[in-house]
Design a binder for this molecule. Sequence first.
Ligand code: ADP
Ligand code: NA
Length: 330
Amino acid sequence: SSKPRLFSGMQPSAESLHIGNYIGALLQWKELQNTHDAIFSIVDLHAITVAQEPAALRENTRRTAAQYIAAGIDPEVSTLFVQSHVAAHPQLAWILNTITGFGEASRMTQFKDKAAKQGTDAASVGLFAYPTLMAADILLYNAVAVPVGDDQKQHVELTRDLANRFNTRFGPTFAMPEPLILKQTARIYDLQNPTSKMSKSAESPAGVVWLLDEPSVTAKKIKSAVTDAGREVVYDVAEKPGVSNLLTVFSVLSGRPIESLESEYAGRGYGDFKKDLADVVVETFAPIRTRALELLADPAELDRVLAGNADRAAEIADATLATVYDRVGL
Ligand code: ADP
Ligand code: NA
């Protein structure tokens, strides 16, 4: 293909993805698969950098794959595979570990944040080496476009440094990846705590709308979202974070500009606004949920699709790894 190669992934760290993952990643990936030679991975090797229950991990990996497909990632158009099915990922990561400085890795802010939460002794060496595994994910496919949230930008910078370093030391091998920073408007906040990002690991379950929630549950969560004491539907992140977050969701899912929503709901209070938003959210996600559940009802077929896609990924990855081994003298 002459289209630029793209790589992105998500951890199978929960039973369901949430509407932040949908708006911030899947929805944009769905568009990018038309303009790019896109490779999307369910990064289970990244997930085990924090403790996972084995049966739950296996199930969540399938569930994540089903949600990617249900949300519009087409496994005939894109390559959609499970990271651990392609052995070259940890193999290249090891090589990259050997050219990464300990101090350099220690400066990764995501590790520092996560290690601070867990305690340095509880944090694993795997968590420390997460960025070199991510670099391997990208470099194995010579991906030039890497859609990431701004929290992953530093890891893409490290990936570029490692590609450069390897190419300089061992001869031109890797393409230079560029972060494709997704739209800032695509950041979705917790419905109960609208100044913190909606997250799989949220404290308050009522603040997270899961793709696999039943429609009635979704509607209830939207209608009970935290707003503020006023009654004007106005986009103002500092003064009205809750309303602004709901406006973002409404605008992205309906394709209508925020200003047009503001004027439609002027003087009508939050009740109508939330009720209509609940309808929009349910209309968007009910078919995705139904499709995901259909896919999950036939795990053998889903596994067959993932295995075929892993074979396609491995063909590219193994060729890169063979070159790398050769250059290094292995
Ligand atoms: P989580 O924080 O829920 O564990 P991940 O860190 O696994 O999510 O992120 C998976 C993808 O979803 C990334 O591309 C990330 O940028 C995107 N994403 C996660 N949370 C949000 C959010 N609240 N709003 C927009 N995008 C998000
Ligand atoms: Na996260």
